[in-house]
Design a protein around this ligand. Structure first.
Ligand SMILES: [Mg+2]
Length: 184
């Protein structure tokens, strides 16, 4: 049975380890490895009935290559990719595209989380759009200190597996009302 909570997720340094990326001469990613635990987590969330939508900046072919290689393409109900949308996060058009592709309306925003590693793109973008933000602070390549209130995540996890526990907690909480923030 499908869960109430809906998961929007970034890809680079949220699921894929950007440190392992190999690009061709056109800049397309032709090889990349998963962050330890990310594949198992994505598969477990998918099997548990969570709807998962990719919201990621990059080229369509890069994502196709990487998720073919790592065998997780079927976990994503939809893919919102900046190359196709024509603008990158934190543009609200990226988040709106995921909403539209999933048939979601304004009233559904209270049950959507956006998971990502980038404060400026994923976290500020989600906060401004009015959905719940979840920072995965695993990446050594990005600044994890918010520069302003807009960049402050509602929730922070330190490794992919933390999303499983958080999703279950939020799913239980949704049964009694909208998600409230742990943001200070
Ligand atoms: Mg990223």
């Amino acid at each position: 049975m499908e869960k109430h909570l809906i998961i929007f997720t970034d890809s680079g340094d949220t699921i894929i380890d950007e440190g392992t990326e190999v690009r061709d001469e056109r800049g397309i990613v032709v090889h990349a490895e998963l962050i330890p635990g990310a594949g198992e987590t994505l598969r477990a969330l998918c099997d548990a009935g969570y709807r998962i939508a990719m919201v990621a900046d990059g080229e369509e072919q890069s994502f196709t290559n990487v998720y073919n290689e790592n065998g997780l393409g079927d976990c994503f109900r939809t893919r919102t990719i900046s190359e196709i949308v024509g603008i990158q996060k934190p543009s609200e058009r990226m988040f709106q595209d995921a909403m539209d592709q999933n048939g979601l309306a304004e009233a559904d925003k209270c049950r959507i989380i956006m998971v990502g590693n980038n404060l400026r793109k994923d976290i500020a973008g989600a906060n401004r759009f009015g959905i719940t933000s979840v920072l995965l602070d695993w990446s050594p390549r990005y600044d994890m200190v918010p520069r302003c209130g807009e960049e402050r995540p509602d929730y922070t996890i330190h490794e992919p597996a933390g999303l499983l526990e958080l999703a279950e907690r939020l799913e239980r909480r949704l049964k009694s009302g909208p998600l409230s923030s742990e943001r200070k």
